[in-house]
Design a protein around this ligand. Structure first.
Ligand SMILES: Nc1ncnc2c1ncn2[C@@H]1O[C@H](COP(=O)(O)OP(=O)(O)O)[C@@H](O)[C@H]1O
Ligand SMILES: [Mg+2]
Ligand SMILES: [Zn+2]
Length: 456
């Protein structure tokens, strides 16, 4: 059959396809995401589907479905296991994503050491040479008998390898370098990424081999390639953190086999990623004492309370419009809190620049953080330090009132464990706390009361 080549436009965010180019994607409404792709219509879908010889499935009684093989492989890193919901599920497809240099290849190679004691692992790299991988493995102290390195970018060849050698685990680093020769579009394009992931997924499910796939992110921090990639895989793990700082936070964005609230905290060093067993202590390291504009709060990351330091800075503006900047916290939420502080509590920020930073590279989007954000900004405004031994949490309403938050007891206990002496919290939360720890509780009703309870 003669090849019919045509050009189509595919949205790099949502995978929407159109015959015509558009500045704004009709599918998801994003600008400048439509990319041209050449498609050979004589192969395409037909050729792709011949790869799988999936036997037609039969309906089964739910009682008869065996869940036994949902056994999980432990990775040797409890922080990673936690994020995965207990380990790697057989036959599952996991996407690990994050900015370049954040540590994706490092963590995968690292877990090979532990997993390699009992499993055969196939590590496919399309980015680095076998020699480079060997050098990194030597640096990380990975020296496993059962770790096989394959430098290959042809996804069909990878699938063929999986079929022949039947490893217990496959790692693909990265999906953007994989390429399906039938498709005429270039590697990394939406169609290639999607079809390569599909091919890996089919092989993984058919052969019951779990696969971990590395995906790069684009400049906006979204996973490069279409959103459809997220729909295909069973779990999406996302690496966060400042490249300059050594802390790395691994978060599950999606997980079919576990909760998406859990995070894992790591520290990047020469020997690779080290688990941080006491994240609260790590986040508070180097905290300045007796300085205005800093405040400690307690956030819940899944089932785990973690203490975090928030810094605020309010200075006279040199511009017509005062500047507002927030790192690790929602910009709009900060603007709203400033408005509440001004209107409801009489703290005036309108001719001041206001900056906010969450120390340690954490990203906080829990309402319970509100009070600490407000207190760090007010403390800077008044140039009055917040007591060093105090932590605060609570949601702030539009009337300036403090609203109760969940898990008050867990937060208070964590603060007490790290030696904090007083905790300022919404008065309504006091009811949630049964066992008094050796920490003084100050139930407050509004931001003014909170600030008074916090001053030295
Ligand atoms: N001695 C070292 N040589 C190379 N990289 C190191 C060394 N020590 C620490 N690193 C860290 O390893 C990181 C590389 O991570 P990597 O796993 O390759 O990232 P990704 O695969 O996500 O792009 C570097 O950003 C650096 O912070
Ligand atoms: Mg890499
Ligand atoms: Zn789109």
């Amino acid at each position: 059959m003669a090849a019919k080549i045509k050009s189509i436009y595919v949205c790099s965010e949502c995978g929407f396809e159109s015959a015509k180019w558009a500045g704004k994607c009709p599918g998801c409404g994003q600008w400048n995401t439509m990319q041209e792709e050449i498609r050979d219509t004589s192969v395409g879908k037909g050729a792709v589907s011949t790869i799988s010889h999936t036997p037609t499935a039969q309906p089964m009684r739910i009682r008869e479905i065996d869940t036994e093989e949902e056994a999980r492989y432990h990775t040797g890193l409890t922080e990673l296991d936690r994020v995965l919901g207990g380990g790697i599920v057989k036959g599952s497809l996991i996407l690990v994503s994050g900015e370049p240099g954040i540590g994706k290849s490092t963590i995968l190679l690292q877990i090979c050491d532990f997993l390699g004691q009992s499993l055969q692992i196939l590590y496919v790299s399309g980015e680095e040479s076998a020699r480079q991988i060997k050098l990194r493995a030597a640096r990380l102290g990975v020296n496993s008998e059962n770790l096989y390195i394959l430098t290959e970018t042809d996804v069909q060849a990878v699938v063929e390898q999986m079929r022949q050698t039947k490893p217990d685990l496959v790692m693909i680093d990265s999906i953007q370098t994989m390429n399906m020769t039938e498709l005429s579009s270039s590697p990394g394009s939406v169609t290639q990424v999607r079809e390569c992931t599909n091919a890996i997924m089919r092989a993984a499910k058919l052969l019951e081999i779990p696969a971990i796939v590395v995906g790069h992110v684009n400049k906006d921090g979204a996973i490069a390639g279409p959103k459809v990639l997220e729909h295909i895989v069973d779990a999406v793990l996302y690496f966060e953190g400042d490249r300059q700082m050594s802390y790395r936070i691994l978060r599950a964005v999606k997980n079919r086999y576990g909760s998406t609230n859990e995070i894992g905290v790591f520290d990047m060093g020469d020997k690779g990623l080290r688990q941080v067993e006491n994240p609260s202590q790590a986040m508070l390291e180097g905290r300045p004492k007796h300085v205005s504009g800093t405040c400690v709060t307690c956030v819940m990351e899944g089932s785990r309370p973690i203490l975090a330091e928030i810094q605020g800075l309010a200075t006279a503006t040199g511009f017509g419009n005062p500047r507002r900047m927030a790192t690790g916290f929602d910009y709009n939420r900060m603007a709203l809190l400033l408005a509440v502080l001004e209107k409801r509590a009489g703290y005036y920020f309108s001719n001041l620049d206001a900056y906010l930073n969450v120390v340690g590279g954490l990203r906080l989007d829990e309402p319970a953080v509100d009070l600490a954000v407000a207190m760090s900004l007010v403390s800077s405004l008044k140039d009055t330090p917040v007591r060093d031994d105090a932590i605060v949490f609570g949601e702030i309403g539009l009337a300036g009132e403090l609203r109760s938050v969940t898990h008050a007891e867990a937060r208070v206990t964590e603060a007490a464990r790290l030696g904090f002496q007083r905790c300022v919290l919404p008065a309504h939360c006091l009811r949630q706390i049964s066992a008094p720890s050796d920490i003084k509780l100050y139930g407050v009703h509004n931001v003014r009361e909170a600030f008074e309870a916090l001053m030295e």
